[in-house]
Write a new protein. Structure first.
Ligand SMILES: *Cc1c(COP(=O)(O)O)cnc(C)c1O
Length: 376
């Protein structure tokens, strides 16, 4: 029996054909027509004017912060319950992250805490240069109050939509709301280019400059002329061909992941102490990963016992993201609240949620979890 992974790549014969077609076209050099088509397709999905394909989501966030002129001595707000890549680029710019706790309703950044913090910082003249909002596990943060308070203080919002391609918030697509937004096409995300990302905005000059910086800041002259420091951050045309093919399959993937979430919740939701990630609007999430918490006091089991039992069956399950304010690398950073995220980290886990996960394998996961609960 092969191991059941959390969120493995889902590659079809159509993907093989798409990559083969790019190789045959010889657009390998590395730019080409598939890159432009992939940028347009993702921009259209996110209702954005402009997009630049990059070799990671992390690179996209780094460029967004550079374009917002984040510098040493500045601060940038970021949720604490997220992957480290949501905050690392703040430090690449020499700036200081300020971590903000989650709200229990969506597990995303708490708009009330954000407003309090911005109010205090406005009073002391220490407003952050930017606010990064993450749409965790494919569900959007409560963007209306977040965008409103950031606009009031004139602070640009960067949407980390790495996990949220295809999700929406009150009819607006994830990645279509902040000054900048980005997606990730890493191997574990809902669609993949093996590694990749995309930066989006509605201001063409920003995306032009991001493309310039991502291409070694090479001046448009025949000899190699450089006036500023650049990066090698662009996605290759071969991988864009794969991305286009994967993107065509997005709605099937969301439906498959939603079916996993609903099957897990139906089979496990009544177990003592078990709660599933609250979903505000069932039609708006992309269900990237099914997440649940187990209260060890109420429950007949615990998060760690369930992960260990599944591992014994060769099933990969993992705790939720470890909050960044608890990470050794960020131990000296400012942090606002944190109890909600700490509680989620202590009790939460993600279940196998691949878009190619079979019903038989999903049943095996369900049986593995149920077996951990004494009262049945
Ligand atoms: C995956 C991920 C990133 C980083 O994307 P890469 O393409 O792996 O660099 C950033 N933020 C979140 C929330 C992610 O899940």
């Amino acid at each position: 029996m092969p191991r059941i992974y959390l969120s493995p790549p889902d590659i079809s014969t159509r993907d093989h054909a798409a990559v083969d077609a790019v190789l045959t076209s010889n657009w390998v050099a590395p730019v080409g027509p598939d890159l432009e088509a992939f940028e347009s397709a993702v921009a259209e999905l996110a209702e954005r004017q402009y997009a630049v394909a990059l070799n990671s989501g992390t690179a996209a966030l780094h460029l967004a912060l550079q374009l917002l002129n984040v510098q040493p001595g500045d601060s940038v707000i970021c949720p604490t319950l997220t992957f480290a890549a949501s905050a690392n680029p703040i430090c690449y710019c020499g700036a200081d992250p300020i971590f903000v706790d989650s709200e229990p309703r969506t597990w995303n950044m708490d708009p009330v805490l954000l407003e309090l913090e911005l109010g205090e910082r406005a009073a002391s003249g220490e407003l952050p240069k930017a606010v990064i909002v993450v749409h965790l596990y494919g569900q959007c943060a409560d963007m209306d109050p977040i965008l409103a308070v950031c606009e009031r203080y004139g602070i640009p919002v960067v949407e980390d939509a790495a996990e949220a391609l295809g999700a929406s918030y009150k009819g607006r697509p994830a990645g279509g709301m902040g000054a900048f937004s980005f997606f990730s096409f890493n191997g574990n995300k809902i669609i993949t280019t093996s590694g990749g990302g995309m930066l989006l905005a509605d201001k063409g000059s920003w995306i032009d400059r991001a493309r310039f910086l991502a291409t070694q800041a090479r001046e448009p002259v025949a000899h190699y002329e450089h006036r500023e420091l650049g990066y090698n951050y662009r996605l290759s045309n071969v991988l864009a061909g794969l991305g286009l093919s994967q993107l065509d399959d997005l709605s099937r993937r969301i439906a498959a992941k939603r079916a996993h979430f609903e099957a897990y919740r139906a089979a496990l939701g009544e177990l003592p102490g078990v709660r599933f990630m609250p979903i505000e609007d069932p039609d708006a999430a992309n269900y990237w990963l099914t997440c649940m918490t187990i209260d060890p006091v109420e429950g007949g089991s615990s998060r760690d016992a369930v992960i260990a039992a599944l591992e014994a069956e060769d099933v990969e399950a993992r705790p939720l993201w470890k909050p960044l304010h608890m990470q050794p690398v960020f131990q000296d950073c400012a942090s606002i609240g944190g109890e909600c995220a700490e509680g989620l980290f202590a009790t939460g886990l993600c279940l196998p949620s691949g878009s190619a996960l079979s019903v038989a394998d999903r049943s095996k996961v369900i049986e593995g979890v149920r077996a951990c609960f004494v009262t049945q």
